[in-house]
Design a protein around this ligand. Structure first.
Ligand code: ARG
Length: 457
């Protein structure tokens, strides 16, 4: 039965029904919908709008619908949307009194409330999964503090870095993502219920009762805005998009670093795939898929921004289009965070290969220039002298650490024997002791800073 058929002479066309329906996807809201309805009817009873008996009968009926959906005994089908489905089922169970549930309420404030409850729980779950990922990154950082690996700019070897410093970099990104989910969760925790269709209600409702039963921090202050606002969905999709951006960077590093050409890390067989034709292949399908799925999440963000643009006040059916992009984003985000946490936990490291690679490409040239500058040579001149030394190395097919003291001194008399140590890969990484830098001590302090911020969650 349709909730609104009284005004109509003829039934809607079959294709119009199919086009209009949302039950096939908004059934995901069933828990939120029934929970909000129980709170609403409890309030109607407490406010004397319904008798206590009526309110109790309806609440019990709603709870039996909840139990049967949960157990799988009740299939959600044959209605326009989840709100109609629950109400029809309620009336079938408790009779005429069930029709009083929708007093002082509209599907407009109902769906806005349901979505907020759903998205709030989803933000909590995203936070939990992000916490798991950052914890895994912290564990790997602790284990690898002191391993040296190449650091890149422009994907050219730049300077040696600490492996822990590398993992800390991703922890920082994902911690900011956590901050974003926590902030949007707080901002969205405002209850639209009680706004009714758009203008509020003449019934003597007590919004404070429903607010506290549903765990909202506040009630909305403008009914027109409350029924038509989907900012919170857009904010969630943006936070998810940035999280995917960060994940996809980590994926890209993983794909590069586990290739034969780099050879720094390995993805275990359990998280690798093979080729149907090339027997030797071990492919990084999982990081590639996570990187690829970033596109659909960005697409959903653009989708919702476009959907909410230009919608006249107040509710319009366009807003039903918030759901599928949200549900797909949520699933994609959760799947990607879970699988990547497993990858981070199981990566293995080729410690010597990383160390040797870190010293290649004249990666300690900055240390040579700093060596001179610390002994009074203006940095610009030190840079030029070192540049000439690098050119000398290229011509003679040598590395900076393999140069003799005589070769250094031919470039500048300022060089002393201790340059032979300063130019090594280890000394280079350990020398950068600035906050957030590549020394083991700085990387360990970085781990402590990450753990401290993680404790907030
Ligand atoms: N399925 C609708 C949605 O998701 C529910 C609200 C319907 N309200 C209305 N006035 N037709 O937005």
């Amino acid at each position: 039965m349709k909730l609104w058929e009284g005004r109509f002479d003829a039934p809607t066309a079959g294709d119009a029904d199919v086009f209009n329906e949302s039950l096939s996807f908004d059934q995901k809201l069933w828990r939120a919908d029934i929970t909000a309805s129980v709170a609403h009817v409890t309030m109607l009873g407490k406010s004397g709008i319904l008798t206590e008996d009526e309110a109790n009968t309806i609440a019990e009926g709603l709870k039996s619908v909840y139990a049967d959906i949960e157990s799988g005994a009740l299939r959600m089908e044959g209605a326009e949307d989840i709100h109609s489905f629950v109400e029809n089922e309620l009336v079938a169970r408790v009779g005429q009194v069930g029709k009083k549930l929708h007093t002082a309420r509209s599907r407009n404030d109902q769906v806005a409330t349901d979505m907020r409850l759903y998205v709030r729980a989803s933000a909590d779950h995203a936070l939990e999964l992000l916490k798991g990922l950052v914890s895994a990154l912290v564990a790997r950082a602790k284990e690898t503090a002191g391993y040296v690996m190449p650091g890149f700019t422009h994907l050219r070897k730049a300077q040696p870095i600490n492996c822990a410093q590398y993992f800390n970099a991703y922890s920082e990104m994902f911690l900011r993502d956590m901050d974003r989910f926590a902030a949007l969760r707080k901002r969205m925790n405002v209850m639209p219920l009680g706004s009714a269709a758009l203008a509020g209600t003449s019934w003597p409702i007590d919004r404070e009762v429903t607010r506290s039963l549903l765990g909202f921090d506040e009630v909305s202050q403008n009914s027109l805005d409350a029924v038509s606002d989907r900012d919170f969905v857009a904010e969630y999709l943006f936070a998810a998009s940035l999280t995917m951006a960060h994940l996809s960077r980590l994926c890209e590093d993983t794909i590069l670093y586990t290739s034969d050409e780099f050879g720094y890390w390995n993805i275990p067989d359990a998280y690798s795939t093979g080729s149907s034709i090339m027997p030797q292949k071990k492919n990084p399908d999982i990081p590639e898929l996570v990187r690829g799925k970033t596109g659909r999440v960005y697409g959903h963000l653009m989708g919702i921004l476009t959907t909410i643009k230009g919608i006249p006040l107040a509710y319009n059916k366009d807003l039903q289009e918030d759901k599928e992009p949200f549900f797909d984003t949520e699933k994609t985000l959760f799947d990607c965070l879970s699988i990547y946490t497993a990858i981070v936990k199981t990566l293995t490291f080729n410690v010597n290969a990383m160390y040797d690679a870190a010293g290649g490409g004249y990666a300690t040239a900055t240390d040579v220039a700093d060596y001179l500058a610390k002994r009074g040579v203006p940095f610009r001149d030190a840079h030029a002298i070192t540049g000439r030394l690098v050119r000398y190395c290229i011509e003679k097919d040598k590395t900076l650490p393999s140069l003799t003291l005589e070769e250094f001194r031919a470039a500048s008399p300022v060089f002393e024997a201790d340059v032979l140590h300063a130019v090594t890969t280890r000394a280079s990484a350990e020398g950068r002791n600035s906050v957030g830098g590549s020394s083991t001590a700085a990387a360990k302090a970085g781990i402590a800073a990450v753990r401290k911020r993680l404790k907030k969650y």
